[in-house]
Design a binder for this molecule. Sequence first.
Ligand SMILES: [Zn+2]
Length: 299
Amino acid sequence: MKKPAIIPRAYQQMLLDYGRRLLRDGLTTGTGGNLSVALRAQNIIAITPSGIDYDRLKIDDISLIDCDGLRLAGEKPSSEWHLHAALYQKRPEINAVVHTHSRFATTLALLHKPLPACHYLIGVAGCKEIRVAPYATFGTPELAEKTVTALGSNDRCILMANHGLIAIGSELEQAYNTALYIEEVAELYHRALTIGNPVILSDKEMEEALIRFQSYGRSAQITNAGTAPATQTGLFSPQISTLIRTFSCFFKPKITCKVLMRGQVPQPKQGLAARTQGHFRWSQISALIRTFSCFKTRK
Ligand SMILES: [Zn+2]
């Protein structure tokens, strides 16, 4: 079957949706942070505009620029377009960039303190710790150069000194989830530090985790921007994670997993996370939500 052509408007809608998710997930406030996707075949970068609140953003406000920052459509691009463009140039395998000033990651960035492997989820970024890129003034080519150099050729996330966090991915969902999970780990690390000294995973333990993350790394291709993917592999999207947690509150984990898994029977000795790793169909999850809602209403 012929693949549908991907048009910039679909990407603009996707950026609109993920921009609002930044607010919902507490990764930013007001106009903070910025998102972009690269349309490499057309040499276009779709990027959130400068100075417009995400909840007031309209699809036609999303900027389309070329690699030199020349505006082709939409409002004035984010002041950090240099950084986005430099990342796409240096890392040909990526197609999405997410930049936030999320609280806990930025707290570490203020201290110039890397986020160590206190939790295996650090591995979503393809590295054993989240390092800190040197400071430069926001919106400058100097900041772009320093950040891109510090990120190197493999890592997918880095803290920016006295500024925030940047995450990259082969698609927007991957970059966004990396930013989300790293913020979560940064919060856990901060909380753990307030009551003790968190144990840091060894190099060997993280190497094993990274190997497992490689097999999770291929998430569903975006064929229709702005809608949930038909299948979800590897790490769960926030909606599915929330659903699993919700179900877990009402049922024993084993029942929850049996309901949520497709054609796979959970093994008794596996942990909850292992048992819930599988392939889901969004339509099945939606049907479960509807069923569950009816059940709750009758009660
Ligand atoms: Zn910023």
